[in-house]
Design a protein around this ligand. Structure first.
Ligand SMILES: [Zn+2]
Length: 270
């Protein structure tokens, strides 16, 4: 074989190799069809976008409500073909807080403090001011989320990020700032305290702690009413899990999402 025919043979071999690799990738992805769509909600003068990725008819909903917590969304999107149900993401100009104009006044609130009357009042007062009109508009927005977007969810999996040494599983340990809100806390010596699960049902607490992750069970009877989705779900008996990881801990948050997917897709006999 001369150099020329050797080169041609090599090129043909490489072409065949790349063709078979491309085909394999297509085959692997063929079983999960990801449908993307957007919904919009008008709040005063503001339009808030909800982006939804649907992977199956399963009723698990992964929900990212703080638009500045991008690690959570990156992690979920990177394993989207392995999760069943939906991922919903709020698009609010990349910010945690949502502001809107109504009757010439500006209002601002935290979208994770609006699911109870006490929470709405406190968040409007903290970031702008409370008026019955603004409260009513934000209440409708909260109901749109719980009664339309999250309607019929078997389980809600909230996706959040935090910053180092601020809010962590240690906030719920004895003498922690939020110790009174937790019924049980498991702190793993192997895990970063900033990466933890927050659940409203004991069944999930047991399964997650068994896997060796940091986890706390909300005390649904005594938890402070701050209007967050966990408080709302705790009151209503809705299965809720928050996958909370430090900003930038993408690999860890991916593993945590897969751990939840494993738990919810494994049917256990009671
Ligand atoms: Zn958050």
């Amino acid at each position: 074989m001369n150099i020329k025919s050797y080169t041609i043979a090599l090129i043909l071999f490489l072409l065949q190799l790349s063709y078979s690799c491309t085909n394999k990738t297509k085959e692997e992805k063929a079983d999960t069809i990801i449908k993307e769509n957007t919904a919009s909600y008008k709040l005063g003068n503001r339009t808030i976008i909800f982006k939804t990725y649907t992977t199956s008819t399963d009723k698990s909903i992964y929900f990212n409500m703080h638009d500045d917590e991008n690690t959570a969304v990156e992690a979920a999107i990177s394993v989207l073909n392995k999760i069943s149900g939906k991922l919903i993401e709020i698009k609010a100009s990349g910010e945690r807080l949502i502001s809107f104009n109504m009757d010439t006044a500006i209002y601002k609130f935290d979208p994770n403090r609006i699911y109870t009357p006490a929470g709405r009042k406190a968040t409007l007062e903290r970031y702008s001011r409370y008026t019955p009109q603004a409260d009513s508009a934000v209440e409708k927005f909260a109901r749109y989320i719980t009664d339309t977007l999250l309607q019929n969810a078997d389980i809600i999996i909230a996706l959040h990020n935090n910053t180092p040494d601020n809010y962590s599983i240690l906030s719920y340990s004895e003498n922690g700032e939020y110790a009174a809100d937790a019924a049980k806390v498991y702190i793993s010596p192997q895990q970063d305290p900033d990466d933890f699960f927050y659940v409203t049902q004991d069944d999930f607490y047991k399964k997650i702690s068994k896997k060796g992750y940091n986890v706390l069970l909300q005390d649904n009877a005594k938890v402070t009413d701050d209007g967050s989705l966990s408080v709302y779900c705790g009151t209503k008996g809705i299965k809720y899990i928050n996958v909370e990881a430090q900003k930038g801990h993408t690999q860890q948050q991916k593993a945590m999402i897969m751990a939840i997917q494993d738990i919810i897709s494994t049917k256990t006999v009671d």
